[in-house]
Design a binder for this molecule. Structure first.
Ligand code: LLP
Length: 417
């Protein structure tokens, strides 16, 4: 059995299980994840950096389902979290602090406290004010908080503007000059912090393989400077995630080799541990959103395929004009194609899953799979138009299990008076 999503006798299957069976049993729309692909995608990253001491800290925000976290925990993954909520998730799965990285620009004091208590490996510091707060929280707890300063190198990751994080106009990280001053303050004044590393993540869905090597050069030079000027003994360098995937047939996933080639000799010289925080490259290709065609509508200017999934379940097309391939679960008859808009039932003109798509022509009632929806799919779902979130199914060792039950309208109303 080939891991992932493949046609077997004209039927699209996940790790050998027909998707139509899952939709029949669990309804539609439905998120379905391949455990075998999650494992394979994790292993691809781990293998590319296996020659060095490396913690692959899966980025929980990309898909935080407990069953997904559990599966990756068994692979030996670490975890990159960005909130107290995500901390609760990884704790629930039994993950020790030494495998957890805590990132994010707006950490609250109570979140810091919980993370110190759990013994996280490092906090990625995003500002001077955050450093001061963390110092205070740690001092009150009579502990030292391990920190990595997140630097913002002002490098363009050549990706969508809304997922670019390493330019000076972005809210993330601290410029090199100020990072140096902060390192100095940690040594002299913020003494409940221990500077153990540097962190840098300049964007997501990066497909240009020359970007990460540029970051390596800037960050490793800076690490040397910090150690020389402040006497800090850095133990970790964290290069974030951002490894792009092939949403379109003509794209290729980011080749990790140029990154590893640039990085490994530098790490050896510096004698530090590598941390990576990949999210999308592990979870995106491992998931689809199944959806049924409710209606076909011939408009005045366009042809609409109206689905039972919408921007409430998968926001990426609306938010980033993201492209997700849409394929039939029962292999389409060859020949007939048309330019179609795939839209949802939500009352917004921006509610679409694909626009002006040259596509096979589905019929009412057909089941379709929206591909590469395993990352930033379910986690970004809303309840807009009082739409309960779909169920999530994870296939492990060829067996489908419910990873999250479908919500009901009663669930949505239960906190309201
Ligand atoms: N580390 C940090 C500090 C991050 O901010 C992110 C993603 C990651 C790691 C993981 O990046 P990845 O390997 O997944 O590219 N919702 C957007 C993506 C937002 C990414 C946010 N940060 C989308 O759907 O494209």
């Amino acid at each position: 059995m080939k891991p992932g999503f493949h046609y077997v006798n004209g039927q699209l299957c996940v790790d050998g299980v027909p998707l139509s069976e899952l939709a029949e049993k669990h309804g539609s729309p439905l998120y379905v994840y391949s455990g075998a692909l999650l494992q394979a995608n994790y292993r691809r990253v781990a293998k590319a950096f296996a020659k060095t001491d490396c913690l692959v800290a899966y980025s929980v925000k990309s898909n935080s389902n407990l069953s997904v976290l559990h599966l990756l925990e068994q692979e030996g993954s670490g975890f990159d979290i960005v909130s107290g909520g995500e901390l609760e998730r990884v704790k629930k799965v039994g993950i020790k602090g030494e495998r957890i990285i805590f990132a994010g620009v707006g950490k609250r004091a109570d979140e810091m406290q919980a993370a110190i208590k759990h013994g996280v490996l490092e906090f990625n510091l995003e500002s001077e004010a955050e450093a001061e707060r963390l110092n205070q929280v740690a001092a009150t707890m009579k502990r030292k908080a391990p920190v990595a300063i997140r630097v913002n190198p002002n490098i363009d990751a050549k990706t969508h503007v809304k997922i670019t994080t390493g330019k000076k106009e972005n809210k993330f990280g601290i410029s090199m000059n100020r990072a140096m001053a902060l390192a100095e303050r940690i040594r002299t004044e913020l003494t409940s912090l221990e500077l153990i590393g540097l962190h840098c993540h300049i964007g997501s869905q990066i497909l240009d393989s020359s970007i990460h090597p540029q970051v390596v050069s800037v960050v490793t030079d800076f690490a040397r400077e910090v150690m020389a000027r402040t006497g800090a003994k850095l133990k970790t360098l964290n290069f974030g995630g951002g490894f792009g995937i092939a949403y379109k047939a003509e794209q290729k996933p980011l080749d990790l080799k140029p990154f590893a080639d640039a990085l490994l000799p530098e790490l050896k010289k510096l004698g530090v541990k590598l941390i990576l925080e990949p999210g999308r490259s592990i979870s995106a290709p491992a998931g689809v959103l199944l959806t049924k065609v409710e209606y076909f509508k011939q408009g005045e200017a366009k042809s609409f395929v109206i689905l039972d999934a919408s921007m409430s379940e998968l926001m990426r097309p609306t938010l980033y004009d993201a492209y997700h391939e849409i394929v039939p679960v029962l292999k389409a008859r060859k020949g007939k194609t048309a330019v179609l808009d795939f839209v949802g039932p939500v009352c917004e003109s921006g509610d679409y899953l694909a626009l002006d798509r040259e596509s096979f022509v589905p019929a009412q009632g057909d089941l379709l799979a929206i591909k590469d929806a395993g990352a930033y799919g379910f986690v970004m779902a809303s309840h807009y138009n009082t739409r309960p979130n779909p169920a999530e199914i994870l296939v492990v060792d060829g067996k489908a299990q419910v990873a999250r039950k479908r919500e009901t309208v009663a669930d949505l109303m239960k906190h309201e008076l």
